[in-house]
Design a protein around this ligand. Structure first.
Ligand code: PLP
Length: 384
């Protein structure tokens, strides 16, 4: 292989996770699959293809560039796309022209949507974002009357496709008072629009943590990201969901497996330092394997002397510092290891597993961050 590592994706794991998610959705709710950040690092085109095959027909991305990339990987299949965050000037016109739905959180973009609709002769499908307490983007209450007038005046240019908000950390009990307030505020906003005979096609508030922790949060659509990929939003949500069954088998399955091959094997004598500097001293005679993956491939330098990989179904700890393009592991207790043997960086090998959870805890990265740092250029392969 030309590349030093590959990422395998499992459609059967995705099927399992989608079933888990759909079971937790209320009747009449539509799933918008959130795939920002290169499908949380899994890789756009393969992940989208697997999802479409499993019946997903609505995708949420962060920005127009992601929507653009995704439109190029769907081969004209009938799906809906929603840009949840940034879409500016030229991109607005492109979005309107291609019937791509997008978030609007100020009058400036609302005007741009109208202009684009006039120019292209197509209506703009906008999702109006409401500021309910996240302190990020969204229209404020005092702006609602003006917004309602605007929508009325521009019925020929604007389709009121959605009304939404985003919660400020529904994965932690500590934020409960904020979430409850946000739910109330959102309901009032929805009522206010209804009072003026304006009803969005979709109203939506839930992300993964909300789906689990606040199953009754308002919405006829949910925007789910991390759960699809087989990860819990955080440890607290996992424990809260399982309660005392926390040690039972996980209901979610990881889609991703990241693997490489042994580049070289060597022996070192007791008393030698390994790698750059003096961070690891061999306390006994050791056998080592050198792997062609380093921090430039997304294997964090924080995993120096801390991380581990799987070889021969056995755990092989990282020794010394992770380099830019390589790392060294201790295979003294891993049986016979040869150049070219499979090495699992994330995922299962025989009975053992390296989870992103353990991996990211070791390197102080969140699941979300570690995944999205997996570089674009590592090839993705769909398995079973
Ligand atoms: C990322 C994102 C989501 C999905 O969040 P998860 O925690 O991964 O489910 C939902 N809504 C918005 C606006 C987002 O930016």
């Amino acid at each position: 292989m030309f590349n030093t590592s590959v990422i395998e994706l499992s459609p059967s794991a995705l099927k399992n996770n989608l079933r888990f998610i759909r079971k937790r959705m209320r009747k009449g709710q539509r799933l918008c699959s959130v795939i920002k950040g290169n499908a949380y690092g899994h890789g756009f085109s393969d992940y989208i293809r697997m999802s479409i095959d499993l019946g997903v027909d609505y995708f949420g991305v962060h920005a127009a560039d992601e929507a653009y990339r995704m439109m190029n990987s769907i081969n004209g299949r009938e799906i809906d796309v929603f840009i949840m965050g940034a879409v500016e000037k030229d991109a607005v016109e492109w979005a309107v022209e291609n019937s791509i739905e997008f978030a609007v959180f100020d009058f400036c973009r609302m005007e741009e949507a109208v202009t684009a609709a006039r120019k292209t002769g197509r209506k703009a499908k906008v999702h109006i974002e409401i500021e309910t307490g996240m302190g990020r983007t969204g229209f404020e209450y005092r702006q609602l009357p003006e917004l309602i007038d605007f929508l009325r005046k521009h019925e020929n240019e604007i389709i009121f496709q959605g009304l939404f908000t985003h919660y400020a950390g529904a994965e932690s009990q500590a934020n409960h008072f904020r979430i409850v307030q946000q739910i109330e505020d959102f309901k009032q906003t929805l009522d206010f629009f209804a009072l003026h005979q304006l009803k969005p096609v979709y109203h939506h508030t839930a992300c993964s943590a909300v789906l689990l922790n606040y199953p009754n949060a308002p919405g006829n659509m949910v925007r789910v990201g991390i759960l699809q990929y087989g990860f819990w939003p955080n440890k607290e949500t996992h424990i809260r969901y399982y309660g005392e069954r926390v040690n039972s088998p996980d209901l979610l399955r990881r889609i991703i497996k990241w693997k490489t091959e042994v580049m070289a094997v060597k022996e070192v004598k007791k008393g030698s330092f390994i790698g750059y500097g003096t961070s690891f001293l061999a306390h006994h005679n050791m056998k080592l394997a050198i792997l062609p993956v380093g921090y430039s491939h997304g294997y964090s330098r924080n995993l120096s002397n801390v991380g581990s990989v799987l070889i021969n179904g056995k755990i092989a700890p990282v020794v010394g510092t992770v380099n830019m393009n390589s790392l060294t592991v201790d295979i003294t207790h891993a049986g016979e290891v040869n150049k070219g043997d499979e090495v699992v960086l994330i995922g299962k090998q025989r009975k053992k597993e390296i989870t992103v959870g353990s991996f990211s805890e070791q390197s102080n990265q969140l699941n979300y961050e570690m995944l999205t740092r997996l570089p674009l250029h590592i090839p993705r392969l769909i398995t079973e």
